[in-house]
Design a protein around this ligand. Sequence first.
Ligand code: IMP
Ligand code: MG
Length: 177
Amino acid sequence: MKETIKTLITSSAISKRIDELAEQIMEDYAGKTICMVCILKGGVVFMVELAKKIKNPVLMNFMDLSSYGNGTTSSGEIKVLMDLDEPVDGMDVLIVEDILDTGRTLNYVSNLLKSRNAKSVKICTLLDKPDKIGRKQIDADYVGFSIPDEFVVGCGLDYAQKYRNLDYIGVISFEEE
Ligand code: IMP
Ligand code: MG
């Protein structure tokens, strides 16, 4: 299959939006240390870019979960592949994720960190697919862009582990060769 990627959001639009999100986050977290929890692997590119624009003290923590295999649809079940190595009790946690799709991952992580007595838990996602069928009732506190329900790659998002390093977001399509 030939993979074709069509630009949906340009690199400069992403940078501009990240600046805006950082401004808003700095206002909301004034005087606070932000305990970022990056959802691997997709959230890592966005978290790094966002964190660099924030002047507050920022802690970087990582968690790896699985919901997708190597395809383009969610398998439904969430597994913790790698847990945090620091406690989050009493922390102002900001979960940083690449995309809010069915919402299962963020719903799961958010409840898990609340149950560990984080002082506050908010969600920051680069992309949101609000029209997803079967979408969980979960809202992100900070959203970069709302996009249609299409499979996208770039800026941390992969197809079969590829394309995470693209500096733009693109819609991938497949054709017989
Ligand atoms: P959810 O649990 O269904 O919200 O899925 C969240 C995870 O699915 C994200 O962290 C992504 O890794 C993956 N995902 C969902 N939609 C896409 C997409 O369009 N492209 C790449 N990965 C996606
Ligand atoms: Mg992911």
